[in-house]
Ligand binder design. Structure first.
Ligand SMILES: Nc1ncnc2c1ncn2[C@@H]1O[C@H](COP(=O)(O)OP(=O)(O)OP(=O)(O)O)[C@@H](O)[C@H]1O
Ligand SMILES: [Mg+2]
Length: 310
C-alpha cells in the first residue's frame, strides 16, 4: 500500500473540438485526506474528475486508483470510487430507495439494505425513501446524489461542487458529513469555487487554472504563509526611528515616520498586540487611528490565477 491512493501523471485532455482542457497534470492524492481543488470556471476540474471516473477518455497520461490503472484495470479502479457529479441527473419517477440500491448493484456489490438505510439516514433522506425523485427539493436531490455515490462503499469520493446552490444550513451539514466520512477512512476530493469551503474543509489545497495545476500545498502551511495580519498605527507625532524600547516587536516605520506597521501571525495564540500597546504607552507614543489588514486565501488565489493569465 502506497501513501498515495490516487496517482495522476502527465494527464492531458484535448476535446474533439481541439480545445486542450488539461495540460500534463501531475497530482498525488494521499490516502485519507480531504483535498480541495480550486479553480475558476472552465479550469478543467470536472474534466479531471471525469477522466478519473472513466466518463471521459484521457488524451495522454496515466491514472491509478490504489494501484489499479483506470484504463487497464477499469472495473477494479472504478469500484473504489464514488462520484457526486456537478450536474443533477433525473431519474424522475424512480424512488429514492430504489435509485440508491440500484446504484450499488451497478458496481457489482451484493445488496446490503442495512448499508443503504445507514446512508439514507446519515443524509437525512430516510423519511423520503419511498418518494419519487421528482418530488424532492433541490437540496434533497443533491443529498441523493451523495447517497448514490456512497451506495457501494467507495474508498475515494469525488464531490464536484457539492455545495453550489445549497443553503447555508445544508452546507454546514454536508461539511459535517464529509468530515464523518473521512473519519471512516474515505479519501475525499472536492472541487469548489468557495475559498472558505476549502479553508474550512481541506487538508491540502490544489489550484488549477487553464488546465494546469499551479499550486498544491498543505492548507495549514498555506494559511501560515498567508495568515499574516498587519496592524497599522497612524501616529499622532511622526517618529524618526523606532525607539529602542520597542525593538523586541516586529515593527516597521512607514509614510515618513507617520505610520507604524506591526506584522503578526493570526494563528499563534498571542498576537502580542497587548504588549505592543503597553510598550507604546510606556514610550510615550500615541496614535490617532489604527487599522488591521489580512491576506486571505482568496487574495492568493486571485493573484495566482491572474499571474497565470498575464
Ligand atoms: N465535451 C466537451 N467538448 C469540448 N470542450 C469541453 C467539453 N467539456 C468541457 N470542455 C471545455 O473544457 C474546459 C474545462 O471544462 P471543465 O468542465 O473541466 O471546467 P471546470 O473547471 O469544471 O469549470 P466549472 O467551474 O465551470 O465547473 C472548458 O473550457 C470547457 O468548455
Ligand atoms: Mg466543473
Amino acid at each position: 500500500m502506497s501513501d498515495a491512493i490516487l496517482s495522476i501523471t502527465g494527464l492531458s485532455k484535448t476535446y474533439a473540438s481541439g480545445f486542450q482542457a488539461l495540460k500534463k497534470v501531475d497530482l498525488e492524492i494521499r490516502r485519507g485526506e480531504i483535498f480541495a481543488l480550486l479553480g475558476p470556471n472552465g479550469a478543467g476540474k470536472t474534466t479531471l474528475i471525469s477522466i478519473v471516473c472513466g466518463i471521459v477518455n484521457a488524451s495522454a497520461g496515466r491514472v491509478t486508483v490504489d494501484g489499479h490503472d483506470i484504463a487497464a484495470d477499469y472495473r477494479a479502479a472504478r469500484s473504489l470510487i464514488g462520484l457526486v457529479p456537478q450536474e443533477l441527473t433525473t431519474e424522475a419517477f424512480e424512488t429514492v430507495w430504489n435509485t440508491v440500491s440500484f446504484s450499488r448493484g451497478l458496481f457489482g456489490k451484493p445488496a446490503d439494505p442495512a448499508h443503504i438505510e445507514k446512508v439514507l439516514r446519515d443524509l437525512s433522506l430516510w423519511d423520503k425513501k419511498d418518494n419519487a425523485i421528482r418530488t424532492l427539493s433541490g437540496g434533497m436531490k443533491r443529498r441523493l446524489l451523495i447517497a448514490k455515490a456512497l451506495s457501494h462503499e467507495p474508498q475515494v469520493l469525488f464531490l464536484d461542487e457539492p455545495t453550489a446552490g445549497v443553503d447555508v444550513t445544508l452546507r454546514q451539514g454536508m461539511w459535517e458529513l464529509v468530515r464523518k466520512l473521512r473519519e471512516t477512512g474515505v479519501t475525499i476530493i472536492l472541487t469548489t469555487h468557495y475559498i472558505d469551503e476549502a479553508e474550512e474543509m481541506a487538508d491540502r489545497i490544489g489550484v488549477i487554472s487553464k488546465g494546469e495545476i499551479i499550486l498544491v500545498e498543505d492548507k495549514t502551511e498555506l494559511m501560515r504563509k498567508l495568515g499574516k495580519k498587519q496592524l497599522t498605527l497612524q501616529l499622532a507625532q511622526p517618529l524618526e526611528q523606532i525607539p529602542a524600547a520597542l525593538s523586541t516587536h516586529p515593527l516597521a516605520l512607514a509614510a515618513n515616520g507617520n505610520e507604524l506597521t506591526y506584522t503578526y501571525d493570526t494563528h499563534s495564540e498571542h498576537s502580542g498586540i497587548a504588549a505592543l500597546l503597553d510598550d507604546l504607552d510606556k514610550a510615550g507614543i500615541s496614535f490617532k487611528d489604527l487599522k488591521t489588514s489580512q491576506s486571505s486565501l482568496e487574495d492568493i488565489f486571485v493573484s495566482l490565477v491572474r499571474e497565470k493569465e498575464a
